[in-house]
Every structure is written in C-alpha cells, then in structure tokens.
Design a protein around this ligand. Structure first.
Ligand code: COA
Length: 575
C-alpha cells in the first residue's frame, strides 16, 4: 500500500516498556527517511496504569497528534478497550492473543495476531523483550530495514551493557521475521526523503539544546515532572561547556541561587513546572525588583496542586503574567513547536539580558515529551546579547545602578569586576539603589521598571510574527504555544476539504503582546476563535482585556493535547 501519513498507537501497562518501544521505532523510522510526530502519555505511577505511545510518520509535514489511528498495537485488554474506537475504518489491530481478546467491532480481516510474549520467549528465553518484538513487527509497517531497528537498540540500551543490547536485538529480529510472513497486508510504501541533516528530539531536549546554544552558564534547579529532563540534560552536558548546574533543596532556593549567579553576571536558567512556579513567585519579584536577568522554563502540566503531573495543560498563563504581589515586570514567551523550543530559548536570553528582567518561557507536557525530527540548527546564526555594562568613564562617586533612562534599562556592574557600587535589593530604592519609600520615588521607579516592558513591546513590533492572513478570510484563530501544529493542520483541512480560508495568529511573545500587529490582524475579521488547553479561557480573557474583543472560546482539559480534527470540528461549528 502507498501512504502519505500513517499513525500507529502502541499501548500497554506502565512498566512493560511501551515508551522504549515507541522511541526506538520512531528513531528508526526517521532514519528510514520519514517525518515523525511522536506523542507519549502515561500515568504518574512508575508501574501500572495505561502507557501509550503514538507515532505518526509520513512523507509530508507531521505537525500534531491525530485523533484517528491506522493501527493499534495492544499489549493488553485495557489498551484494546480504551483505543479500539479510534481505529480508522481501513485500519487494523495488532494484538497478542494471549494478552488480549478482541470482540467483533473491527470486522473480518482487520485483527492481526502478533504473539509478542511467545516470540520473545522463544528468541530470548523470557518475555521482558516483548516490546522489542513489537518494534520488529512494526518496522515493516513503515518499510524500514531491520538493521535500523538493531542500531537504535544498540544506542538506546548501550548504557545497560552488551548483553541487554544483544538480547533485545534478537527479539527485534524475531518480530521482524514474523511480520514478513504474517503482516504483509500491513506494509506501506512511502515517498522517502534522502539523507538529511536532522536530529530527532523531544521538546525538553530542544529547550536544553537551545539553552546550550544560547550560552547558558549557570543552571539552578529542583526536579519536577515534566521539567526534570531539561535539568538532567543540562546537569550532564553543561559542565562540558564550562558551565555549572546545581540542584538546590527546592524551587525557592533554585531561583534565589539563580538570582545570585545572575547578579554576578552569569547567563542563568532554571526549569520547573506549575507548582514550582507558584513557589517561585515571591523570589521572581526579587529578580524583577533587583533587575536581574534570568530565564525560567515552565513546563505546564495538569493542575492545580499535585494535579496531573504527567498530563498536559496550558493553565499557567494567568499565573505567569499576573502571579505577582505588587507589580513586577516580566516577559512571557511560548514556543509553538519542538523546533521553536530550540530557537526561542536564545531569544529569551536576549530579552532577559537586554531588559534585565525575568523571562518565563511556557512549554507544556505534551510538547516536552513529544518528539519530532528537526533540521540540525545552524548555530552560527544565533545572536547573543549581553546586558548593558557601565562605560569606562563611570565613577564610584556618582554611579547610579538604577538610573532612570529613556528605555528604562540602566547599566549593571559585576561585583568583583567593576570598581563601582553594586547593589541588588527587593526594597524600593532610588536610582543609586539606596532604600527610599517616598511616593514620588516609588512612582518613578515603578515607571522605570515598566518602561523596560514598554520598550520591549515596541521592539517586538519590528520582529516577524507567526501569522497567516489569506485574502478574504473573515474568521481567524489566535492560538498560543503547542497548539500551533493542530491549528495549522486544521486550517489546511478547512481549505482543502471545504474551500474555506481562515486566518491564523500565533504570537511567541505573549506578554508584552505585539499590539500593533495583533490589531492589524483583528481588523478585517468577523469572528475570532481561541482554542486553548485550559478550563477558563486564560488567553481569550487576556486578549479580551487588551483588545476589547469577544473571542469564541474553545477549551480542552483532558490531559491530552488538541488534535487537528478537534480544532477542525470546532472551527466548522462556528462557521
Ligand atoms: N530490556 C531491558 N530494559 C527495558 C526493556 C527491555 N526490552 N524495555 C524497557 N526497559 C527499561 C527501560 O530502559 C526503562 O529503564 P530505565 O528506567 O532505566 O530508563 C524501563 O524499562 C521502563 O521502560 P519504558 O519503556 O521507559 O517505560 P514504560 O513504557 O514501561 O512506562 C513509565 C513506564 C514511563 C510509565 C513510568 O516508568 C514513568 O516514568 N512514570 C511517570 C513517573 C512520573 O514522572 N511521575 C510523576 C511524579 S510527580
């Protein structure tokens, strides 16, 4: 069969190795010349519950999670019962008859047996490697050679030793040989891309790589799902580039420690998730008040409280923008894809350094744990920016660390390097940094701090924004963060299937928002739809407050991101 795009969902009990199976398959498929979007979802427990990996692969762009699947590979009965209704009419089930008994919902010829346990037992003497039998059985679906699967196993299990690699390679071979004989009907042909200079990364990995590319020098962190992989990655890699990564006792200490490092001139990052950001809120005010640049990655998860630590949501936007006692400026950004996760981190550092303020970058669990193949970033094109330092002519006697300037930005000396008074304080202060509580001073210094945000707001009007405005469009969608792929594909479907043109705006800097361009976008539109993964319509309300519009709100809080089909249906309903 020839295919453009194929979706397989692999599902089983947490601890059975479904995620490893999916990751190995995904990387082998990329090497086979296809584009992928790979999504994983699992419970908060280490073992038990349902773990699911969905791989979408094809010749064209694969930007988002799909609602309907071509194949379900069910490791157990629960997986079958949960996902069987998602299988397309032309799709099929792959299952182990010992572990799953399908009913007659799919109809004749669409249930294919794959004795995962037995094949693993025969090939390796145990059932632990049944997930690698599954890799072998599904390589053929994408017409990928066995050798690619074996290589990926060597890479994936290399750290566990040669024996584990060998056993798993035997299992993948067993699955592959079985599929050649029994699953021929499921094999697909694709138009393939020749050798490409690409890497396959998760959103979290892209963020961490982006931080290295930005020249991060100091990472202070405390582990929290789903942000931990960023911290782990940087703990391992940053020292190789001469930087320091340190684990503190909690999120408050991490940010306070980061402020210290920023104060002495380092480029600083910390990564956390919702509850961690809540804990950091007061320390964030200190960063804003002392005007210490730093970047905070907040990987949003379902909440509040311990909530749904392994599920996705876009529900920290309001907190990120407004979660402050008193009024302290900060910039809020949201990358719109895994590729963008890489590129927005250097930009976040540039903004933090240029405007001497905290920048919060909002990603989410779905983007953080999904993976895609992306072009290897051209590092030489990354621009760096260092904060404003005092000039040679600055003298101790009259130096003002918090001098009121046109842009709001004042020169920052580094302790030990500049022979100038250096000061950082959370107390209201005057231009020299000395405590000062007079009404006139508080007014002036608050305005100075917010002047930086205004200057940034003007600066970003000159930068390109992700917007599509087809001629004659009367309806527009405004999204933020990881919904970009699903919205883009939904708009394409509306154009191709229904001949309807829809406009799309997807700002990367959310606050301050690019007001001039947003107003220009809104101008000709009759209806605005704002889909977001939260209950209360946080971005829609933000837009309402800023631009006086009344957008149609579309919410989802299932812990699973929007699919393009869901957005398509939501827009169609409004049309
Ligand atoms: N041979 C040898 N080892 C294998 C294997 C095989 N064939 N298949 C899998 N494994 C190993 C994996 O390498 C992994 O080992 P590691 O822990 O050393 O990395 C382990 O078995 C688990 O396999 P994996 O495929 O990664 O996961 P899974 O599909 O079985 O699902 C999870 C397990 C992901 C659901 C679970 O472990 C988890 O992480 N849950 C979330 C925990 C969390 O973050 N909670 C929130 C706290 S607030």
């Amino acid at each position: 069969m020839a295919s453009d795009d194929l979706v397989i969902r692999i599902s089983g009990e947490g601890g059975e190795g479904v995620i490893s199976c999916g990751e190995i398959l995904a990387k082998a498929v990329v090497r086979g010349g296809l584009n992928i979007h790979a999504f994983r979802t699992f419970p908060a427990e280490i073992r038990g519950g349902l773990a699911t990996f969905q791989l979408r692969a094809g010749s064209g762009p694969t930007l988002s999670l799909k609602q309907r699947i071509d194949y379900l590979l069910a490791f157990n009965q629960q997986s079958y019962d949960t996902w069987v209704d998602r299988i397309k009419p032309e799709g099929a089930l792959l299952y182990d008859p010992k572990l799953c008994q399908p009913d007659d919902r799919l109809g004749g010829g669409r249930n294919f047996e794959v004795p995962l346990d037995q094949l693993s037992q025969d090939a390796t003497g145990g059932t632990r490697a049944k997930n690698m039998v599954a890799v072998g059985a599904t390589l053929g679906l994408f017409n990928v050679p066995l050798e690619y699967g074996k290589d990926q196993i060597a890479e994936f299990f290399g750290r566990k030793g040669k024996e584990i690699v060998g056993v798993n390679q035997q299992a993948v071979e067993a699955g592959f040989v079985y599929a050649k004989e029994h699953l021929r009907a499921c094999h697909h042909e694709f138009e393939r891309h020749p050798e490409r200079d690409q890497i396959t990364v998760t959103g979290n990995e892209a963020v961490a790589l982006g931080a290295l590319a930005a020249g991060v020098e100091y990472v202070a962190g405390y582990p929290i799902t789903p942000a931990t992989p960023i911290f782990e990655f940087l703990c391992k890699e940053l020292p190789k580039f001469g930087g320091t990564a340190i684990q503190l006792e909690d999120e408050i200490a991490s940010l306070a420690n980061g402020i210290g490092a920023s104060y002495v001139g380092k480029r600083v990052l910390t990564a956390t998730s919702g509850p961690g950001l809540s804990l950091m809120s007061e320390t964030l005010n200190l960063a804003a008040m002392a005007e210490c640049p730093l970047v905070i990655i907040n990987v949003m998860r379902g909440g509040p409280s311990t909530g749904l630590p392994t599920k996705t949501e876009q529900s920290d936007l309001k907190f990120a923008i407004y979660g402050t006692s008193g009024e302290s400026p900060r910039c809020i950004m949201a990358p719109l894809s895994i590729y963008d996760c890489f590129w927005q981190i250097p930009r976040a550092f540039r903004i933090a350094e240029r405007y001497q303020m905290p920048v919060i970058v909002l990603t989410d669990q779905a983007m953080a744990y999904s993976s895609m193949n992306i072009d290897t970033p051209a590092l030489e094109s990354i621009q760096h920016f260092r904060r404003l330092r005092p000039g040679q002519d600055a003298v101790r006697a009259n130096f003002k660390r918090y001098a009121i300037t046109e842009t709001g930005v004042s020169p920052m000396p580094f302790p030990g390097e500049d022979d100038l008074p250096y000061i950082g304080t959370g107390l209201e202060h005057d231009e020299t940094g000395a405590p000062n509580y007079t009404p006139a001073n508080h007014r002036a210094m608050t305005a100075k701090r917010f002047q930086k945000l205004r200057t940034l707001g003007v600066h970003i009007t000159q930068q390109p924004m992700e917007e599509v405005e087809p001629e004659g469009a009367e309806v527009g969608v405004i999204g933020w963060g990881s919904t970009y792929g699903a919205i883009t594909e939904a708009i394409r479907m509306l154009d191709e299937k229904d001949g309807v043109k829809i406009a799309h705006l997807h700002p990367r800097v959310i606050s301050p928002q690019n007001e001039w361009r947003t107003r220009r976008f809104l101008g000709p539109l009759r209806k605005i739809i704002v889909p977001e993964e939260n209950y209360t319509g946080q971005y829609a309300h933000f837009l309402k407050g800023k631009f006086g519009i009344h957008p149609i709100e579309v919410h989802k809080i299932d812990g699973i991101p929007f699919t393009s089909e869901e957005i398509y249906e939501a827009i169609k309903e409004e049309l």
